[in-house]
Design a binder for this molecule. Structure first.
Ligand code: SAM
Length: 247
């Protein structure tokens, strides 16, 4: 039980952490998070933070601070802010741009991101993607924490496009395509109730014709973000901003 009136640390107001380990009564930060909290922010027993543990946001008081481990006692449950019900399929493209896009997609609320290996994903990037996925999970975790999300988006292992497309189960499935002239993302979202949305964003070279056909045959509908050709990461950000406004 956290005492009435216990304060958040000065200068760290409402800072939020996502626990690495937890049980019913305690939560623990380990590794880099613990080092940051202990050494950089000089955390001390008795300080109170918000901690996400087991899918719930709780007030939590530090009970011990070690070199690489900070333990909290869990208190009252706090209201959670929901992520957008959006599953993003992002073709793998230049890693620095993709990683920036992953960070922004997390800030904007995407619930799940599947990196896909498209026909026009550069070969060396496709080969290196599997080794990069842990870094991508770290990026979204840090972005979730920084943007005060209560959850961390799931980042799937990278998969070949043709294996992913037919398996996506969202009720609404939209293919972002600069070649689409009529249906805009905003008009589609405004015209129907959308409970679960999947959106696919292509690589720098765009979708190949056989990929467009596969999407079409699997029930995906092409939508445009307007007349300009956007970089893939810009398209992801613009699309999620539209979703944030309309969903
Ligand atoms: N190959 C294309 C070209 O050079 O004409 C550009 C592809 S664009 C850099 C990468 C991806 O961003 C596209 O596959 C699409 O998913 C998305 N995209 C870019 N501009 C878009 C727009 N105006 N509407 C919808 N999607 C767009």
């Amino acid at each position: 039980m956290i005492a009435e009136g216990t304060q958040y640390p000065v200068g760290m107001t409402r800072r939020r952490w996502i626990a690495d380990e937890w049980n019913d009564t305690t939560a623990t930060l380990t590794g880099d998070q613990a080092v940051h909290l202990a050494r950089v922010l000089r955390a001390q027993a008795g300080q109170v933070f918000d901690v996400v543990a087991g899918g719930f946001l709780r007030r939590a008081e530090i009970t011990s601070v070690g070199e690489r481990e900070v333990v909290f006692s869990l208190g009252e449950e706090l209201e959670m802010d929901a992520s957008l019900p959006v599953h993003l399929l992002m073709a793998v493209f230049k890693f620095d741009h993709l990683e920036w896009g992953l960070e922004k997609a997390t800030e904007l609320g995407a619930a799940r991101i599947t990196p896909v290996l498209a026909r026009r994903t550069e070969k060396h990037l496709a080969q290196a993607a599997a080794k990069r996925v842990e870094r991508w999970r770290k990026i979204v975790r840090e972005a979730a924490q920084q943007s005060r999300r209560s959850d961390v988006p799931v980042v799937d292992d990278p998969l070949v496009l043709k294996l992913v497309v037919p398996t996506v189960e969202a009720t609404t499935k939209l293919l972002l395509a600069e070649t689409e002239q009529e249906n805009s993302l905003s008009s589609v979202l405004a015209s129907q109730p959308v409970s679960e949305l999947a959106m696919a964003i292509g690589p720098e070279g765009g979708w190949a014709p056989d990929e467009m056909k596969l999407f079409d045959e699997s029930g995906w509908r092409a939508v445009t973000l307007g007349p300009r050709i956007l970089r893939a990461e810009t398209a992801a950000i613009a699309a999620l901003a539209v979703c944030g406004a309309l969903l």
